[in-house]
Write a protein that binds this ligand. Structure first.
Ligand code: CAA
Length: 394
């Protein structure tokens, strides 16, 4: 097991920033899995636009599908700091796998645990913890991206049941999800955010159709699909929380999810830095390794500083969420800076690699493409600024 620069920093500081014994073991198992299993597959995932089935199974064996769930449901009960650490390691090697793990844990398991009934938890959480059911989150539509409350899909009462109609977009893992958390409008009379309900929709619900698979710039191994709700009939047991009170669930859930995407960004950025350090030592120009030149040194220094600052913000937000504290602003601050750091690092990594970095001979080309989404999904950069500013001014 090799130590990275950030491990050495964290261990040396001794001010409570170190991971401690249990989290170090979790990090080591995530790192071994990432370097041993994912590294040989990451390019294949990208080129073939799918994640190997075996990866889903091994993530289950490692307990990564139920990282934050209580042991009574088959989870590891390790909390959000552990999730952030695991996500950083997985995303350092394969961001397609990383987003699936992030969405499953933070956008599905977490709200089900927080807002679900005992029956919903008993039915779904063991399946989610083992990976038998993969979780997906479905909020966005063609007309509602940043303005999430503008969503137009509906659910209409039919006796005790509800009939869901409409089209949802940008659903991560939607091709193989066993359970979707889907948001639809249940009361058109109420103003935008007020009349929305969250439903737990099984992947095999009659009337649910998987539409277009998006052809994306990066995280190509992760399927992003359209969902067509063609008279999907769901019983009252599928409602998460209260009727017409789903939007606050969506927002609270995203406050947690953004810590996951910020962890992803730190992982991608770290991979860019690692690759750049290696290349700076090996590549010679003007008779010297390029790392000898100050222009390259300054790039590496800026990458390292921005990543370490982002990592600390991520862990702080995760630590606060584990203690039940409100993290609206903190998770947006972590995502804002970490996603910018990832894109900065990816850009510099390609520049350091020169022409070689612009080809698929080096994986910085994939990292450059993968980094881009971290400034877009789970709230674009300007939405993070909006959330932060609203908190400051309230
Ligand atoms: N926790 C609980 N409730 C919250 C909350 C939070 N963190 N944030 C807001 N709310 C509540 C408000 O209190 C308010 O409740 P009341 O109706 O009781 O007053 C309600 O939610 C509406 O809040 P706002 O007035 O702030 O809503 P808004 O319409 O102004 O929208 C927004 C705010 C921040 C712009 C929001 O629309 C947003 O986050 N947009 C970005 C959407 C987004 O991130 N989409 C990601 C899609 S999922 C994805 O990418 C997943 C994937 O697959 C990778």
């Amino acid at each position: 097991m090799t130590m990275t620069h950030s491990d050495i920093d964290s261990a040396a500081v001794g001010l409570g920033f170190g991971l401690g014994e249990e989290l170090s073991m979790v990090r080591d198992s995530a790192r071994d899995f990432a370097d041993g299993v994912l590294a040989p597959l990451a390019t294949k995932h990208d080129r073939e636009e799918s994640i190997a089935d075996d990866v889903y199974e091994q993530l289950g064996e490692l307990g990564f599908w139920g990282l934050t769930l209580p042991e009574e449901y088959g989870g590891a009960d390790l909390g959000n700091v552990a999730l952030a650490v695991v996500l950083e390691e997985i995303n350092r090697v394969c961001a397609s796998t990383g987003v699936a793990v992030s969405v499953h844990n933070s956008l599905l398991c977490a709200p089900l645990m927080k807002f679900g009934t005992d029956e919903q938890k008993a039915h779904w959480l063991p399946k989610l913890a083992s990976g038998e059911a993969i979780g997906a989150y479905s909020l966005s539509e063609a007309g509602s991206g940043s303005d999430a409350a503008a969503l137009a899909a509906t659910a209409e009462r039919d006796g005790d049941d509800w009939i869901l109609r409409g089209t949802k977009l940008w659903v991560t893992s939607g091709d193989r999800a066993g359970l979707f958390l889907v948001y639809v409008r249940t009361n058109p009379e109420l103003p935008k955010a007020k009349g929305i309900t969250a439903f737990l929709m099984p992947g095999d619900a009659p009337g649910l159709k998987i539409g277009k698979h998006e052809m994306k710039t990066g995280i190509r191994g992760s399927a992003t699909v359209e969902l067509i709700l063609d008279d999907v009939r769901l019983g009252p047991e599928c409602i998460l929380g209260e009727v017409d009170r789903g939007f606050p669930i969506a927002m609270d859930t995203l406050a947690g999810g953004r810590i996951g995407i910020a962890s992803q960004a730190v992982g991608i950025g770290q991979a860019c830095l690692d690759a750049s350090i290696k290349y700076a030592k090996e590549r010679e120009q003007f008779g010297k390794p390029i790392g000898y030149f100050q222009a390259i040194q300054h790039k590496l220094a800026d990458m390292s500083a921005r990543l370490e600052a982002s990592r600390l913000l991520v862990r702080k937000a995760a630590w606060m969420r584990d203690r039940g504290m409100e993290v609206n602003r903190q998770s947006s601050e972590a995502k804002l800076l970490a996603s910018q750091a990832a894109n900065f690092c990816a850009d510099e990594a390609v520049q350091i690699h020169g022409g070689a970095g612009y080809t698929d001979d080096f994986h910085v080309e994939r990292l450059f493409r993968d980094a881009r989404i971290t400034e877009i999904y789970e709230g674009a950069t300007d939405i993070q600024r909006l959330v932060i500013a609203r908190d400051l001014l309230r």
